[in-house]
Design a protein around this ligand. Structure first.
Ligand SMILES: Cc1ncc(C[n+]2csc(CCOP(=O)(O)OP(=O)(O)O)c2C)c(N)n1
Ligand SMILES: [Mg+2]
Length: 517
């Protein structure tokens, strides 16, 4: 076997069987090896940010890494923004970056660059294989490293000659260590706080927002009167009828401060202490209320649901979780707005949906409209780097073929990685993309005010405006093989959404909505 074949075989033996790829010359032996190892599914993405965002979506749904095959430094650089989002989501992702042959690097050929530096900016583990015989062992370690709790980006750099040299053997899978069990002393300490008479808020993140964690947290809330809040941009949250409802901390610091007001104790279960997304002149960065003590029940790398269950058994042994009842809004009439669009989505959300939410300002009504819908998963933009939603949807649909995926996309964000639509069509993925066309970088119009940079100047406004020309998403989608339609009224949207959900394969619906504010 050559190095590439032994690496790909090692990956499939280690449970990595999906590779989102945008290859180049230095990855040709890796590409060829996919035919030698048919257990590895290769999926072409036309931009590296699609490959990395898809790997993030796959990992969020399965807890296992997919590979993203990238071409030297520039390919990795194109994929960095979504690797950044994956890092913030604490998703297991395996980035495989091809490099020049070891002996070629000193010639400083045009694609030569500092791959290690780029990889280091997003990866928790980076290794460069130097010999064909070592590469499979490196690959097995890379997989295990990506799965180190809570999950991280591992980057394996494979020089071309390492992949083409014969004499390599597949390596045995390497075990990843399980999440750490939170010590009884910490659980006892938090229990003492909860038994006191001062107001407590429990802030949930990571796996604390999966069903088991939510149920345990809800028991604690029911038994002690503590309030629950979810981190603002969860990697994956389970919600809907039959699951405890927990509202998210607001994005706008003004609102977040209101949600946390009065808390004397903030108990963190898999989330970080809340901070303002940006700094604003004269406003605080730290959102922990004055006089409030922060207690860490569980870190991201801990068994968060386990810690919540142990805590619930201690402070609320007889309490039952408060489960969300099943309730949907009725279908609205009239022209589309962000609000009526959310109502249509709430009315028609299918059971088991995976919602990839990059609706931005148009999405503010979505959580309330969908809260009582059938059980579903909600995936957020974890790292603030827009252009994540369509790639994320790609990966979740590949990971969960039986489940309907909704990509809720703001127009500006959709354009960063619009080529993901081509992969939706190529792979016939069950993704319904809903574009909120407000013809604007609407949030930045708000931020102009909030940062105190308010201006009425034409140039400033033109940098936040998506008209001249306005973007025709229906044509864009059709050009990439995705059937598409445009809706102006709520009734049109409902008809189109029903159709899209009923028919297999990808669809896109462009909604004409006014910008928020
Ligand atoms: C990678 C990246 N580049 C730029 C930005 C800055 N940015 C934040 S929001 C935004 C525009 C969002 O517009 P759109 O997606 O249409 O959402 P809307 O605000 O209209 O709801 C931009 C450019 C960012 N967050 N990430
Ligand atoms: Mg917009």
């Amino acid at each position: 076997m050559n190095g590439a074949q032994a690496v790909v075989r090692t990956l499939t033996d280690s449970g990595v069987n999906t590779c989102f790829a945008n290859p180049g010359t230095s990855e040709m032996h890796f590409v060829a090896a996919l035919d030698a190892v048919p257990e590895m599914r290769g999926i072409l993405c036309l931009f590296e940010g699609v490959a990395t965002g898809a790997a993030d979506g796959f990992g969020r749904m399965t807890g296992w890494p997919a590979a993203a095959l990238l071409h030297l430094g520039p390919g990795l650089a194109n994929g960095l923004a979504n690797l950044h989002n994956a890092r913030r989501a604490r998703t297991p992702v395996l980035a495989v970056v091809g490099d020049h042959a070891t002996y070629h690097k000193r010639f400083d050929a045009p694609l030569e660059s500092d791959i290690d530096a780029l990889a280091g900016s997003v990866s928790g583990w980076v290794r460069r294989s130097s010999r064909s015989a070592d590469a499979p062992g490196d690959a097995a370690e890379a997989v295990a490293a990506s799965r180190r709790p809570p999950g991280q980006v591992s980057t394996l750099i494979l020089p071309a000659d390492v992949t083409w040299t014969d004499g390599a053997e597949p390596a045995a899978p390497v075990r990843a260590r399980p999440p750490a069990v939170v010590p009884d002393e910490i659980i006892g300490e938090v229990a003492r706080v909860l038994r006191g008479d001062e107001p407590c808020v429990i802030m949930l993140g990571g796996t604390g927002l999966h069903r088991q964690g939510l149920e345990a947290a809800s028991r604690i809330a029911e038994g002690t009167g503590a309030r629950l809040i979810a981190e603002t941009f969860a990697a994956r949250m389970e919600r809907g009828a039959g699951i405890p409802r927990v509202d998210r901390l607001a994005y706008l610091a003004e609102f977040a401060a209101g949600q946390l007001a009065g808390a004397r104790h903030l108990i963190l279960a898999g989330s970080r202490a809340p901070v303002s997304f940006f700094a604003y002149p004269g406003k605080p960065s730290d959102l922990v209320p004055d006089g409030c003590t922060v207690h860490v029940l569980a870190e991201g790398s801990d068994d968060i649901p386990g810690a919540l269950e142990s805590l619930a058994d201690l402070v609320a042994p007889d309490a039952k979780p408060l489960l969300q009842s099943s309730e949907r809004p009725g279908l609205p009439d009239g022209d589309l707005t962000g609000e009526s669009a959310a109502t249509v989505i709430g009315a028609l959300l299918p059971e088991g949906a995976i919602v990839c939410d990059e609706a931005n300002t148009s999405g503010v009504w979505l959580p309330a409209a969908t809260a009582g819908g059938p059980p579903h998963d909600w995936l957020n933009l974890t790292g603030g780097a827009i252009g994540q939603g369509l790639p994320l949807a790609t990966g979740t649909a590949v990971a969960c073929p039986g489940r309907p995926v909704l990509a809720l996309e703001a127009d500006g964000s959709a354009m960063y990685t619009a080529s993901a639509l081509w992969t939706h069509a190529r792979e016939q993925l069950d993704i319904t993309t809903i574009i909120f066309s407000n013809h604007s970088y609407a949030i930045l119009n708000m931020e102009l005010e909030r940062t105190g940079a308010a201006t009425t100047g034409e140039t400033a406004r033109s940098l936040l405006d998506l008209t001249r020309p306005s973007i025709d998403f229906v044509s864009l989608a059709a050009g990439m093989g995705v059937p598409a339609a445009k809706a102006v009224t709520a009734a049109e949207f409902a008809t189109q959404l029903r159709h899209a959900l009923a028919e297999a394969g990808p669809h896109l619906i462009e909604l004409s909505v006014p910008p928020l504010g």
